[in-house]
Write a protein that binds this ligand. Sequence first.
Ligand SMILES: CC(C)(COP(=O)(O)OP(=O)(O)OC[C@H]1O[C@@H](n2cnc3c(N)ncnc32)[C@H](O)[C@@H]1OP(=O)(O)O)[C@@H](O)C(=O)NCCC(=O)NCCS
Length: 173
Amino acid sequence: MRGEDIATVMALERAAYTDGWPATAFERELTTNGMARYIVLEEGAAGIVGFGGLWLMVDEAHVVTVAVLPEERRRGLGRALVHGLVELAIEHGMVSATLEVRASNVAARGLYREYGFYEVGERRRYYSDNGEDAIIMTTEELTGAAYRRRLLRLEAELRRRFPGIVIGRASGE
Ligand SMILES: CC(C)(COP(=O)(O)OP(=O)(O)OC[C@H]1O[C@@H](n2cnc3c(N)ncnc32)[C@H](O)[C@@H]1OP(=O)(O)O)[C@@H](O)C(=O)NCCC(=O)NCCS
């Protein structure tokens, strides 16, 4: 994600979250938060169809956000984003990844489960807008043999769905 992507990302953010961030929060994340890494997912002429972000916290990657355009959901784009985030975490030497997700967010919980996140606890009334609980999810060791196998299987699936997909930086960057 670059500064010039923020306007498009904001439209997505508003469509994805009831308690979304303002543009200034993304600007801060990109310019002053050294722990933060944000990615966008571009698809042909449609341009940015999703984005995600994580914080590199010592040896643990914290997944901050993953969002896909409402009309493009359930096609595997969420998988592509989480895949990109996990690869990024591994690239930065993170041992595991964690996140919080709304208890009611069945779609996201399913997506994260696919990527090997499992539930380790909850934070009661974590979300101030509706008092909803957060579920805390984490992965096993990202570079362990079992997780590597999972990631290879998921990558093969992703490449079957999206032949020619570029995971990581687009060519020329
Ligand atoms: C969560 C989100 C990113 C998923 O994006 P997506 O592109 O629809 O996800 P995918 O198509 O890659 O789905 C991957 C898997 O997640 C699960 N899943 C996704 N949507 C689901 C739904 N509506 N119900 C149940 N499971 C769902 C399934 O296991 C799915 O695999 P399958 O399609 O092979 O069954 C999207 O719903 C979104 O942007 N939501 C709003 C923002 C948000 O809540 N983000 C998470 C905050 S922690």
